[in-house]
Design a protein around this ligand. Structure first.
Ligand SMILES: Nc1nc2c(ncn2[C@@H]2O[C@H](COP(=O)(O)OP(=O)(O)OP(=O)(O)O)[C@@H](O)[C@H]2O)c(=O)[nH]1
Ligand SMILES: [Mg+2]
Length: 245
């Protein structure tokens, strides 16, 4: 059957040694899915472990090793550039900490049959967050309300890191103009896509807080996230993303 789109899942990693084997195993059960790990020189040896796992899965698993300044945004840009040189129909984004269930990848891919982007959303009917303390729940809710209010994005989970893109929608993004280094890269991507008129749908997911490893959320990352929506709308005046339509 030629039905299932050729899909690549990009997974950025920084110190995810304990989580990576589970992510790989659970993704590989989907026959049409390949994996690209983008490791930022993790001191815990995640990169070497990824190489080892990839050697056992030739053609299905790939590893990009970054050096220099680390960051989620930079990692995604490198990963997306790599992905667009390969013949994948769908390109997904997913965290390495198993807070995103690899079993939901087919649902996201399926939702792109009638959309350019499918977001794995905690904040639509049927979506949920498990094991987050109240403080973390409130921060995420606040971040979403903040982004939606400033940018006028209508997506309920703008900061979600679990997404599937149709290849052409991802290729349309002006990657060289993106400035976010940390998590706000996710908002910047979405904003650019919405500005380009891409169709965005949300698929409910249950987000489960990581059991292994530690969060990489830092004060700098949060500060950047607070500034990014304002920077995005300031650029709108200059027609920055619209010029690409
Ligand atoms: N390549 C790369 N990956 C990163 C970097 N920072 C975080 N990541 C990865 O991005 C994903 C999300 O990071 P997390 O630390 O889980 O962030 P979070 O989900 O906000 O925090 P948690 O509460 O720990 O789940 C994980 O797969 C991380 O390993 C980075 O600087 N470079
Ligand atoms: Mg996480």
């Amino acid at each position: 059957m030629t039905g299932a789109p050729r899909t690549l899942v990009i997974v950025p990693t920084y110190n995810e040694r304990e989580n990576l084997p589970g992510v790989v195993e659970q993704l590989m059960v989907h026959g049409n899915v390949s994996l690209l790990v983008v490791d930022d020189g993790s001191p815990d040896g995640t990169g070497a472990l990824a190489d080892e796992l990839a050697r056992a899965r030739p053609g299905r698993m790939h590893v990009l090793h970054r050096s220099g300044r680390r960051g989620l945004g930079r990692s995604y840009i490198d990963g997306i550039r790599w992905a667009l040189e390969q013949p994948y129909d769908r390109i997904c984004q997913m965290d390495a900490d198993l807070s995103h269930d690899p079993a939901r990848v087919p649902a996201l891919v399926g939702a792109t049959a009638n959309a350019d982007i499918a977001i794995g959303s905690r904040y639509v009917d049927g979506g949920a967050v498990v094991n987050w303390p109240l403080r973390r729940r409130l921060l995420s809710r606040f971040a979403n309300a903040y982004v939606r209010t400033i940018t006028r994005l209508t997506v309920h989970d703008c900061t979600a890191g679990f997404r599937c893109w149709r290849r052409d929608a991802l290729a349309a993004l002006p990657l060289d103009r993106f400035r976010s280094e940390g998590y706000s890269f996710l908002v910047e991507m979405l904003y650019a896509a919405a500005s380009l008129g891409k169709r965005i749908v949300e698929v409910p997911i249950t987000f489960v807080e990581r059991r292994e490893g530690v969060s990489k959320m830092s004060t700098m990352v949060m500060l950047e996230s607070a500034v990014t929506p304002w920077r995005l709308i300031a650029r709108r005046g200059q027609g920055s993303f619209h010029a690409m339509v």
